[in-house]
Design a binder for this molecule. Structure first.
Ligand code: IPM
Ligand code: MG
Length: 363
């Protein structure tokens, strides 16, 4: 069935515009091959929004995003040392816009798949005996609660500056992300590793209790609990043991960067942030990399793979998503590499060249 895909696009800051342009190229080509059309609405977020509106996110942008079926995003933020955006108070900086849009759209489930491509083994810092056979894990990060959204303040108490950040989770927030994790595990390796710090934190003890309740509805899925410090260690010691890693917001932020690095480059990692509906915000896991912005060397693959996730999760276009993933695997197999994943004997390609090649391989 031919579809018209109504997609919001946040190009954002730094390398964002370059990598999103390539993802749109691949989307347009995929739509052409499969008989769909893509309609794009450009949305401003982060520094790009500050430059125009003085704030990193406006109500109008939220309303426009809600009118789209899905949003594809590049990255937001700049160099904290040099960019004027960081002269603003914290709540007006680019990152605040990203957190606010996650909250406004209720995007509580953040999926960050980490896959080691056979062709990229050379870029993986782990020993070959550890990565033999590859690995494929999915970090499920809770995205709208915990430390990121708790009350915070900095006050002077008896002449001493004191800062507070609070970590709160209620059972409903834990239950809905846990259900998502188990649903996804059912379609994958049927194993959930729930990561917490239950030996110290009350929020983690509640997390564990609720996850165990949810697990009862999924008898086919094996549930394992792991403390976050141990998990950080296990990710480099034996990443193959993981299927779905379920964790709260802050732990997920940290562990997903670690997981990305063991795949070779953060430039390869896609992500999806979903709410209760089909709507999702899709973005590469990496940041805006202001140091290489505008140079045409950024790796667009994570954004292109995020576009594939968008087709799969928001539009149920599995064949089209497969076509993009196959095209990415082919470009790697043929030896093309952006600088971040470059190794001896391979052909270095810039951002646009990578996009062109992947688009041309869509079949
Ligand atoms: C991420 C990023 C963000 C986060 C930053 C930019 C606020 O690191 O998406 O992982 O911490 O969630
Ligand atoms: Mg992060």
């Amino acid at each position: 069935m031919d579809m018209n895909l109504n997609i919001g696009v946040i190009k954002g800051d730094g390398i964002g515009p370059e990598i999103v342009t390539e993802a749109m190229k691949v989307l347009d080509r995929t739509a052409e091959v499969y008989g769909h059309t893509c309609g794009y609405t450009q949305l401003l977020l982060g520094g790009a929004s500050i430059d125009v509106h003085g704030v990193p996110l406006t109500d109008e942008t939220i309303a426009e995003a809600k009118r789209c079926e899905a949003v594809l995003m590049g990255s937001i933020g700049g160099d904290a040392k040099t960019s004027p955006w960081y002269q603003l108070e914290p709540s007006k900086r680019p990152e605040a816009g990203l957190l606010a849009i996650r909250k406004a759209l209720n995007l509580f489930a953040n999926l960050r798949p980490a896959i080691l491509y056979d062709e990229l083994k050379g870029a993986c810092p782990l020993k070959e005996e550890i990565t033999e056979g590859g690995f494929d894990l999915m970090i499920m990060r809770e995205l709208t609660g915990g430390l990121y959204f708790g009350e915070r303040k900095t006050v002077e108490e008896n002449g001493v500056l004191t800062a507070y950040d609070s970590l709160t989770y209620n059972e409903h927030e834990i239950r809905r992300i846990a259900k998502r994790a188990f649903d996804i595990a059912m379609k994958r390796g049927k194993k959930v590793t729930s990561v917490d710090k239950a030996n110290v934190l009350d929020s983690s003890r509640l997390w564990r209790k609720v996850v165990e309740e949810v697990a009862k509805d999924y008898p086919e899925v094996t549930l394992e609990h792991m403390l976050v410090d141990n998990c950080a260690m296990q990710l480099v010691k034996n990443p193959k043991q993981f299927d779905v890693v379920l964790t709260e917001n802050m732990f997920g932020d940290i562990l997903s960067d670690e997981a990305s690095m063991v795949t070779g480059s953060i430039g390869m990692l896609a992500s999806a942030s979903l709410n209760e509906t089909k709507f999702g915000l899709y973005e590469p896991s990496g940041g805006s990399a202001p140091d290489i912005a505008g140079k045409g060397i950024a790796n667009p693959i994570a954004t292109i793979l995020s576009a594939a996730m968008m087709l799969r999760y928001s539009f149920d276009l599995d064949k089209e998503a497969d076509a993009i993933e196959t095209a990415v695997a082919r470009v790697l197999k043929e030896g093309y590499r952006t600088i971040d994943i470059m190794s001896e004997g391979k052909t270095q390609a810039g951002t646009a060249k990578m996009g062109d090649l992947i688009a041309s391989y869509i079949a």
